[in-house]
Design a protein around this ligand. Structure first.
Ligand code: TYD
Length: 211
């Protein structure tokens, strides 16, 4: 039996990581086996690539390098963790996946969707999420949350959080466009509400997939 592959997407500071934790807990308490991963990173090799990608000092990184490193993490994650877990029938939850590359590198950086899908064919070998939840948040609110978190944790992996406001607006618009282009797979969820209200909508959106 093949499991289910659910991805979470969204702009900075949307609260998607909290939502993944809450969904995973609810799925486990209903008796399901859940595997959680996150990108960029995930596997031990992916975590090493993540450091290069997000290091504030790597300001000269060109968009194509950024794209290929994102997909290097993803290829390793797909091969080492995601496909085996799906093969065992687990529910796999990923904090970001190819849609992030589409939105950040393809649209906001301007590499184009075709380039992203070309690399996706090599790295993911046809693996597409069964369901994608975009936790949406107003750009200014999301960035304020993300910057506050970075200060709190003294995070140095902030190269992408520190892009200009216009970049993050493009990211948000691109997620809206994606949700209207692929309404069956991609669902937009308002992340500006109380986290329990968001979690309930996430749960109601996921339930039909598990029936
Ligand atoms: P991360 O610290 O994991 O934060 P978040 O909570 O926002 O997921 O940062 C990951 C950053 O990398 C984030 O700014 C989005 C970006 N990103 C891409 O640009 N392309 C990608 O393919 C992925 C997976 C992430």
């Amino acid at each position: 039996m093949r499991g289910k592959f659910i991805t979470f997407e969204g702009p900075e500071g949307s609260g998607k990581s909290t939502q993944i934790r809450m969904l995973a807990a609810r799925l486990r308490s209903s008796g399901r086996t859940v595997f959680e991963t996150a990108e960029p990173g995930g596997t031990p090799i992916g975590m090493q690539i993540r450091r290069v990608l997000l290091d504030q000092q790597n300001r000269e990184m060109c968009p194509t390098t950024e794209l290929l490193l994102m997909f290097a993490c993803r290829a390793q994650n797909v091969e080492q963790w995601i496909l085996p877990a799906l093969g065992e029938g687990q529910i796999v939850l990923s904090d970001r996946f190819t849609d992030s590359s589409l939105v950040y590198q393809g649209i906001a950086r301007g590499l184009g969707a075709e380039v992203v899908y070309d690399v996706d064919r090599i790295a993911c070998r046809g693996l597409v999420p069964d369901l994608t939840l975009v936790i949406d948040i107003d750009t200014e609110t999301g960035l304020a949350r993300a910057h506050a978190r970075n200060r709190r944790t003294q995070d140095v992996e902030t190269r992408l959080d520190e892009q200009a406001l216009g970049f993050h607006r493009k990211v948000r618009d691109a997620y809206h466009q994606l949700a209207s282009d692929e309404p069956n797979r991609v669902r937009l969820i308002d992340g500006g509400r109380d986290e329990n209200a968001v979690a309930e909508e996430v749960w109601q959106t996921v339930l039909p997939l598990l029936a």
